[in-house]
Design a protein around this ligand. Structure first.
Ligand code: FES
Ligand code: FES
Length: 160
């Protein structure tokens, strides 16, 4: 059955007529043409599909579109403020923290959630906090270094 689902997406209101049982990931990638969130495992294991819902990381492959009704969704496309990259995006660029880039949107948005609760992490904290996000290219070391650099930049600038 088709229903109307309304929410905010990257600071804009969205109102869709959609099967409420479809996943957030596939509605983002098809109806809304936002392909930053990736389909990796499809079973909430790899983190490639991570987006923010009400400022917390959510695996979009495991979330029904109806579950975000009335909420605020941010995808990697909405993280920068105008032309200013978020410190996490900037740090991933500066630390070359990617190879193919498939895991990167999910890594960045998971790291965003991690840093909200761990603003001053150690290397080991990042390893542990990010251990449910997989990178098949093996860029993990540079990813951890980028997250540590972003944490430092965010503490300095008090960026959310
Ligand atoms: S595609 Fe969603 S966690 Fe892997
Ligand atoms: S950079 Fe290729 S999967 Fe992580």
């Amino acid at each position: 059955m088709i229903e109307t689902v309304s929410f905010r997406l990257n600071d804009r209101p969205v109102r869709l007529r959609v099967d409420p049982k479809r996943t957030l990931l596939w509605v983002l990638r098809t109806e809304l043409e936002l392909t930053g969130a990736k389909h990796g495992c499809g079973v909430s294991e790899c983190g490639a599909c991570t987006v923010l819902v009400n400022d917390r990381p959510v695996r979009a492959c495991g979330a029904k579109i109806k579950s975000v009704a009335g909420k605020e969704v941010v995808t990697i496309e909405g993280l920068a403020k105008g032309t200013a990259l978020h410190p996490l995006q900037q740090a991933f660029v500066e630390h070359d923290a990617l190879q193919c880039g498939f895991c990167t949107p999910g890594m960045i948005l998971s790291a965003y959630g991690f840093l909200r609760t761990h603003p001053n992490p150690t290397y080991e904290d990042v390893l542990k906090g990010m251990d449910r996000n997989l990178c098949r290219c093996g860029a993990h070391k540079r990813i951890v270094e980028a997250i540590l650099a972003a944490a430092a930049a965010m503490r300095e600038a008090t960026v959310p």
